[in-house]
Design a protein around this ligand. Sequence first.
Ligand code: ARG
Length: 406
Amino acid sequence: MGQVGSSREIKDRVVLAYSGGLDTSVAIKWLHENYDLEVVAVAVDVGQGGDLDEVRDKALKVGAVHSEVVDAKKTFATKYIAPALKANAMYEQKYPLATALSRPLIAKILVEVAEGTGAVFAAHGCTGKGNDQVRFEVTMRALSPDLTIIAPAREWDFTRETAIEYAKQHHIPIPITKASPYSIDENIWGKSIECGILEDPWIEPPADAFTMTTDPMDAPDSPTYLEIEFGAGVPVALDGEKMDLLTLIGKVNRIAGSNGFGRIDKVENRLVGIKSREIYEAPAALTLTMAHRELEDMTLERDLAHYKYEIELKYAEMIYYGLWFSPLRDALDAFIDETQKVVNGTVRMKLYKGSCQVVGRKSPNSLYDKELATYEAGDTFSHQSAAGFNKIFGLSLETWGRKYRK
Ligand code: ARG
């Protein structure tokens, strides 16, 4: 990489993952001052909301030489969320990985913009204590080993107050909206809420921590039913209406969220060794994963289903650790995709005042055989064979028991 020809006046460029917030705005000036770089600002739309046109313009006002917004919502749904859902990916069995999944996509786009604009540096606004720095940097190194990465927020020693001071000195507009008491990251797969009072793991999250979910006490007094249809492990229709995954996720977020379902409160093991208290909202991710698991229970052969659980834990951990672009994930995807060929059918969910339950399922690939399962007339199970099966299956323990348990 590098610039073309000899450059007297031409400065090197850095692509910056830009959010429009105070820190990444300060970073534009800071990169210019401390590294003498031209800044190319990139905001990636993964469904975080807010006015991204304003974000693009703000970067230019603050001093970026180029600024763009990349709408990556569809790609995020089909290329990142869909594989994670097929894997039922939940870090430590609870966190559906919304933030973690978005990082490799944002990093990939940054790399592409760097290539398109001749930037040889890349920068992000993460601190040194979190997982996101790892995810950004590992992804960029995998995709573009020659990019040099800068993490301003890891190098400078600004506090919030001194960052505001720096912004004032450099005429950087400071967000007028009252700063949230929390650190928030949001996209279509869910929202992560940290810091402030939430750092005390004994304190119940205040009502103002939540925006995607209604307080269960204020949710409707009658249940909402949802029929979710899957094709090869991916949701394809809602209540009989076909729709693309991005639209479907949006609808389930609204329906489950308005029934007060989708809140998570957990203490989590970060990759850098810290335990942190995390609050999440993930109405669609939790609803769809529950439905997907249920359909697998009906369609996957037992040994395959049990083996897949182990793969799922590994898969979730890899997403959390920022190892999305890796040959291991490619190989695991091949395994998971093979399992999903039969994951077709519809699951009926009941949402009610903060709860979500599976209440029905049907599938053309169902392995449920009523004639084998029934306790009523028409039973085809071989009861005679069971006696011999039990005898042989228990033989080893019987032998042990005779010898040691008197
Ligand atoms: N603990 C979560 C994770 O590592 C959430 C991180 C939220 N990130 C943020 N920049 N606020 O995926």
